[in-house]
Write a protein that binds this ligand. Structure first.
Ligand code: NAI
Length: 462
């Protein structure tokens, strides 16, 4: 009998195991593939490695501006694929070693929760846990008319295994995954068309930020069709491509289609008939703020529950579940203030309320923006597309109070969100933050500049 038995060794499951084991609990993880899950093997990590390949390509293309002559860059994607695999494997080995070192037992096989703390493994074993954490993650969604064949129609699972890049691609769905792939492929020379059902790409992202990304995409030759529905596709006779039909009898001929229309929870066949864990209509396991399911002693975390599908949210939920199991004081995850990072070019990073969401909620706000065009470091590195935008509540005397939202788009903003994230979650005010010195010249001082402008006295930002 383990203290904690985890089904699924992705970011949610392995974080629960590591955190639980470091608190002295005996933990086992049932994993059907490799620990690390979607994030490490089929998602965040490999996708970011390919985006870094695109960044290297852009750097070589733009080298002449710095007086460096390099020959026209060409991509051998199989080398990038091999590098990606090396990075993933190194991280996988590191994680496996870490788990072993903490005496976490990793059991290979498909786990099924039977009820009463019992988990069946596909090899026939039945294990028991005082507590069970369900963390079986999610899988890509597909849409009717676009059967995934891994050649012409792909999801992120197949794209991340490509050895050569298609010369033209239609990306269905302009969310985080769609925009990251569109950006990477366009930078590496593919002709990219994004087909998005909603009026803008990156729905949920602040309007000004999404606008900067759209402009940059268009400048780099990406065709964006938003507010369109796709009706199907007709493969060409030679089997080398297809014609994707969308909107009012429009179509685009491409070598490949990437379907990135969201991910669905991996809850099919997860539960036996005696389990009293509730699953909602969309397949998500129902949980409360402590990640408890409807069965006592059973928790669910990560992409399996209907919260933000982000690896770091899985980490946070794992900690909540383990602390609850330990009987410690638990602060639930505040989903309205989690950090979001999208690694397309230009990068996007944000936390808290967008300007539109704050206004829609009837909050009186003050907004300041600092475009990277005026930032020294951005000029130095030659990446001036982007801005930092801070949304704060407006106090009755008209001054800016608590910071409610920080939205960034531009160079390396995924690495710059930290202080914005802290400000929001610390409920800091512009007066408090502007006491702190920002190193100069840095990209990250744009946040300090924007906040200082909110005090009514900016240095470079009015
Ligand atoms: P998503 O929900 O972010 O975006 C899907 C997009 O597809 C939406 O804009 C939606 O309007 C559109 N769509 C849906 N059905 C459509 C149709 N039939 N035709 C055209 N457009 C359609 O999902 P995505 O990008 O697949 O990502 C899955 C999850 O993984 C998300 O929760 C996302 O936040 C997360 N993720 C986060 C990343 C990051 O933060 N860097 C990276 C990758 C994924």
């Amino acid at each position: 009998m383990y203290d904690v038995l985890v089904i699924g060794g992705g970011p949610g499951g392995y974080a629960a195991a590591l955190y639980g084991a470091s608190a002295g609990l005996s933990v086992a993880v049932v994993e059907k593939d490799k620990v690390g899950g979607t994030c490490l093997h089929r998602g965040c990590v490999p996708a970011k490695e390919f985006l870094e390949t695109a960044a290297a390509f852009r750097a070589v293309s733009g080298a002449l501006e710095f007086g460096i002559s390099a020959s026209e860059p060409k991509i051998d994607f199989s080398i990038s694929q091999a590098r990606k695999q090396k990075v993933v494997d190194q991280l996988w080995k590191g994680l496996s070693g870490l788990m072993k070192g903490r005496k976490i037992e990793t059991i290979e096989g498909v786990g099924k929760y039977l009820g009463n703390g019992r988990v069946a493994v596909s090899d026939g074993r039945v294990l028991e846990g005082q507590n069970v954490i369900l963390a079986s993650g999610s899988v890509p969604r597909s849409i009717p008319g676009f059967e995934v064949d891994g050649k012409i129609v792909m999801t992120s699972d197949e794209v991340l295994l490509l050895e050569t890049l298609p010369s033209s691609v239609a990306v269905i769905g302009g969310g985080a995954i769609g925009c990251e792939f569109a950006s990477m492929m366009a930078d590496l020379g593919a002709k990219v068309t994004i087909l998005e059902a909603l009026p803008q790409i990156l729905t949920g992202v602040d309007r000004d930020v999404a606008e900067v990304v759209s402009k940059s995409f268009r400048k780099r030759g990406i065709n964006i069709h938003s507010g369109v529905s796709v009706s199907g596709h007709t493969p060409n006779a030679s089997g080398t491509g297809t014609s994707v039909h969308f909107g009012e009898q429009q179509s685009v001929s491409v070598e490949a289609v990437i379907v990135s229309v969201g991910r669905r929870p991996n809850s099919d066949d997860l539960l036996g008939s005696e389990a009293s864990v509730e699953i909602d209509q969309r397949g998500f396991v129902t949980v409360d703020q402590f990640m408890r399911t409807t069965e006592q002693g059973v928790y669910a975390i990560g992409d399996l529950v209907a919260t933000a599908q982000l690896a770091h949210v899985g980490f946070a939920e794992a900690i909540v579940a383990i602390k609850h199991i330990l009987g410690e004081r638990v602060i639930p995850v505040d989903y309205s203030k989690v950090p979001w990072c999208i690694y397309c070019h230009p990068e996007v990073a944000f936390a808290g309320l967008t300007e539109d969401a704050a206004r829609a909620a009837g909050i009186d706000i003050v907004v300041k923006k600092d475009p990277f065009g005026g930032n020294s470091r951005a000029r130095i590195i030659g990446e001036t597309d982007g801005l930092v935008k801070v949304v704060a509540e407006r106090l009755s005397d008209g001054s800016a109070g608590r910071i409610l939202g920080v939205h960034m788009v531009g160079p390396w903003v995924t690495e710059q969100l930290g202080q914005g994230y802290l400000a929001i979650n610390w409920e800091a005010t512009p007066d408090e933050i502007s006491q702190f010195i920002q190193p100069h010249p840095t990209l990250s001082e744009a946040f300090g500049e924007t906040v200082m402008a909110l005090t009514g006295r900016g240095l470079h930002v009015g």
